[in-house]
Design a protein around this ligand. Structure first.
Ligand code: SF4
Ligand code: SF4
Length: 408
């Protein structure tokens, strides 16, 4: 299915409460002063969700003051969907979110959490970890709960420990309202997984760059054909679609001078058919204010905007950047502690700017043990990378180019 086929233009009238029923964009609910919502089963879900994987930090700890301000602002504006996971922010996210949500009535927020497949050695572990998560989040039940990160490496474990069977039991007990999975594997695996259960939803990586680059549209079509609603993760590709290169930014500004890259990317993702919510991993109050403004005044993208997104994606692809989303899954397994996402992020900035400044940051801010030349090419990281990046080869390329740049 082509991008264009997903998108229809439509306008939301301001004021009051109304439900729009566009061809494939049904159930958009607007209330004054709040982000737009979509009806999903028996609840209304804000189209913007707070992804709690990049929380505000104060040194090595979560900045609880900023997080409280962000939560308060979100709740005031109807953005009451919070998405956490066992591993987020070095396993501190669930506890922090539990603390800040404690003062709100349990019915006033929607909490999503995920079962960490990599930690499961038996079926008993599934329930044990679930109970641990409820305790950390200080809740009796999760609204949305999912098998986290099914991919080439985790799919066997997910099946062996009978995760679906155990989590279905928890759903029957009323401790999970909606049961789904998040996915970073291949279309072949996905075709199998969608038949494992009568899933309430699937969480997929959907953004205008990955649509073609990592064939996100193939995965999207597989779940669409099964009629499974989608929660969008990484709509801005871990910030990669916010910090656009000069050329990509010029394209956006030439067509839509008032658009920001974040607003453009979020609207693109939220304009796809059958999307429940779009998660944004916000790290400070200003980002939250900007994103909430986008969804208070939300408008579906029109054909021309979709065309511009296609063009920007082509510009980004032509720049030779590494498609890393900074998820850090590779770092969980790297025996040398190489800071892979930081290396790729700096390299991407260097590719676009060719500036000695980014070279200097690489050599001066990363410790010697974190650098690319310490890679022993064991390949463990590649198996864990949702983007299927050939990490050892890419690290070697980075190292070679930097060495050359240093000498030249
Ligand atoms: S291949 Fe290199 S970067 Fe990857 S896990 Fe092994 S040492 Fe770490
Ligand atoms: S290299 Fe892959 S696994 Fe590592 S941070 Fe980037 S996208 Fe995630």
């Amino acid at each position: 299915m082509k991008r264009r086929e997903f998108i229809l233009s439509s306008l939301l009238a301001a004021g009051g409460t109304m439900i729009l029923s566009g061809c494939n964009k049904k159930n958009i609910i607007k209330s004054e002063g709040e982000v737009v919502k979509r009806k999903f089963k028996d609840i209304n879900v804000p189209l913007l969700g707070f992804g709690c994987m990049r929380l505000p930090m104060d040194g090595k700890n979560i900045d609880m003051i900023e997080l409280e301000k962000m939560t308060e602002y979100a709740m005031m504006h109807g953005a009451n969907y919070f998405d956490t996971a066992y591993m987020y922010v070095d396993e501190m996210s669930e506890t922090a979110i539990g603390k800040v949500l404690k003062k709100y009535d349990r019915n006033s927020f929607i909490l999503a959490d995920k079962s960490p497949i990599y930690k499961m050695n038996s079926r008993e572990d599934v329930r044990k970890i679930f109970d641990e998560q409820r305790k950390k989040c200080q809740v009796d039940y999760f609204d949305f709960y999912m098998c986290h990160n099914i991919n080439l490496n985790t799919v066997d474990q997910y099946k062996n420990v009978k995760m679906v069977e155990e989590l279905d039991k928890l759903k029957q007990e009323g401790k999970i309202k909606y049961f789904g999975f998040s996915f970073h594997g291949t279309p072949e695996i996905l075709k199998d997984v969608v038949n494992d259960y009568d899933w309430d939803f699937a969480q997929l990586q959907v953004n205008y760059l990955d649509w073609d680059v990592v064939k996100a549209h193939e995965q999207y079509n597989i779940v669409q054909e099964k009629g499974i609603p989608v929660i969008v993760m990484e709509p801005l590709r871990g910030g990669g679609l916010v910090n656009l290169s000069e050329k990509a930014m010029a394209k956006l500004k030439e067509s839509y001078p008032k658009s920001t890259p974040a607003e453009f990317g979020l609207r693109w993702a939220a304009s796809q058919n059958n999307v429940i919510t779009v998660l944004s991993g916000m790290s400070n109050l200003q980002q939250m204010k900007d994103n909430i403004a986008t969804f208070e005044n939300f408008q579906l993208m029109n054909d021309d905007e979709i065309k511009t997104a296609d063009e920007i994606a082509k510009i980004i692809q032509s720049q030779g950047e590494i498609n890393c989303t900074a998820c850090k899954y590779c770092m969980e397994v790297c025996p040398k502690g190489i800071n892979i996402p930081a290396i790729f992020s700096l390299y991407n900035q260097y590719k676009v700017t060719k500036s000695a400044f980014h070279l200097k940051i690489y050599y001066e801010t990363l410790s010697e043990t974190e650098k690319a030349d310490k890679c022993i090419k064991c390949g463990l990281c590649t198996k864990n990378c949702p983007q299927n990046l050939q990490i050892p080869e890419l690290l070697a390329t980075v190292e070679k180019e930097y060495e050359k740049a240093k000498q030249g």
